[in-house]
Design a protein around this ligand. Sequence first.
Ligand code: SAH
Ligand code: SF4
Ligand code: F3S
Length: 551
Amino acid sequence: MIDRPPSARRHLPMLEIEPPGSKAERAAPTPDDRRLAQFRPEIRSLPCFYVWTLGCQMNRSDSEEMAGRLLAAGATEAATMEAADLVVINTCAIRELAETKVIGRQGYLQQLKAANPSLRVVLTGCAVRERDRDGLERRFPAVDLFLRPDEEPELVDRLGLASAQAPVGVVGATTMVGRTVVGVADHLAATRAAAVAGGAVQRSSAVSAWLPIIYGCDKTCTYCIVPFSRGPERSRPFDEIVEEARAIAAAGFREVTLLGQNVNSYGHDLPPDPRFGHVATERWAGRQLDLGSRPDLAELIRAVDGIRTADSAPAIPRLRFITSHPWDLSDRLIEAMAACPSLCESLHLPVQSGDDDVLRRLGRQYTTEHYLERLARIREAVPDITISTDVIVGFCGETEAQFERTLGFLETVRYDQVFAAAYSERPGTPATRLPDDVPAADKRRRLNALLALQEPIGLERNRAWLGRDVEVLVDTIARARAHDHDEPDTPAGEGSEQRGVRPGPGQVGLSGRTRGNKLVHFAGERDWIGRLVTIRVDHAGPYALRGQPLT
Ligand code: SAH
Ligand code: SF4
Ligand code: F3S
């Protein structure tokens, strides 16, 4: 018998007594783990909760999931913050103003707590970043519990609300990925799937549904806090997303929006799958990445569009996605946009600046030439497509001439809508190493100049719809509008189209969106909410259209 070296000796099969799963998931917390202080098991009774959501669609979607988990645990929803004994604040940190808005409410929350000693306040969302954890209690003194975006599925457990019968809570584990602490790789995706399967997503609309497809962001935009609050990109498994879309269709939703900070890079982190052997997308700009044999956004759009009714119409008539980063905008995606009837003719494609030098310092990884080339292709493939964008003015070192180039760029592209904001330095981002040297007054002036330039362009783009019949998905009954979130682009005149609507007897003022995402005001019946109606456009303003329903 040959005596092999010990390493080559075969071991007898052993019974696996440890359950499968990563070591990180099972590691016991050490006593110095500061998260231990964040468990509040003394909160026993089922609370009446109120969720205050700021920020983008991602936060709105996350709030729907948190509200759903709380309801599934037996809690009830309060109509106002004042009536609640659990307030969940889902924060945004994109600009300083978004954070100061919540900091400014701390005194009021403390008053509510004095009046109701059982009131608990939870702060979630992008203001909760691991590296700034120490400062959180000082900045948000009314808060009892802080949860990072990837910890949100733990909400119910951390409050001691999970019952043995209700599998709605889940205590996750964290790990370091690159520069950020995040949940274990598939933590959010897995808990999302469980929440959807268990009915624990409280969708705020019965007409339009958010569908998260990718969490986090791998881009390196120098000004942006998102990669620090939401961690690296993690795509949800393809089949789970299609399954959720199927459930959304079965529940009668008319519209679904695929969500992510950068939906165009969907799938690059998923394992290769023979079903997608034909996918051979090269990344278009920026860092090279092998995206072959993995599902991409184009495949996902085709699969969701492919969910059909018995008469082979798309089961969800309207499909959208947000947000697209120009560097991953592939020809495959453009082809899918042109080929899929449910995909709406509108695209939000943030450019940020019309000057190549500023773009480089913003870390955007594309040039204006690349952006314009992609845009020309999209406009050729999808006629009548509406295009919107984001612009930052007054970034570090932006000269007057560079700003003027941005204005020239907007004149060339002629966007339907521009969301513009003054640069706001965010702690910990790479741009903090550059001097924030454009004076506040200049930032304001540039912002106003930009909005003044865009207003007639928006009007011209809207006038192109005069006299045309548009399909509108009715989603709102007119009322005084209250905006919680930090939308810097809502000028005073925006409600004027709504005010011009004159409902007849028994009618109400309604509004909805065209496939091109244009806001349309008109008069109609209350029960039109959720329906697709045809409106003949007879008035166009810079921010909205008005018209008459065709019976
Ligand atoms: N992932 C999306 C954007 C998310 S943030 C994308 O890349 O398009 C939404 C917008 O906020 C950005 O497009 C940018 O215009 C703006 N923004 C982000 N950080 C900012 C900052 N520090 N100051 C001002 N605006 C900022
Ligand atoms: Fe921020 Fe850039 Fe990522 Fe958008 S792509 S979330 S702007 S880092
Ligand atoms: Fe969204 Fe604000 Fe976070 S824009 S991703 S909620 S910083």
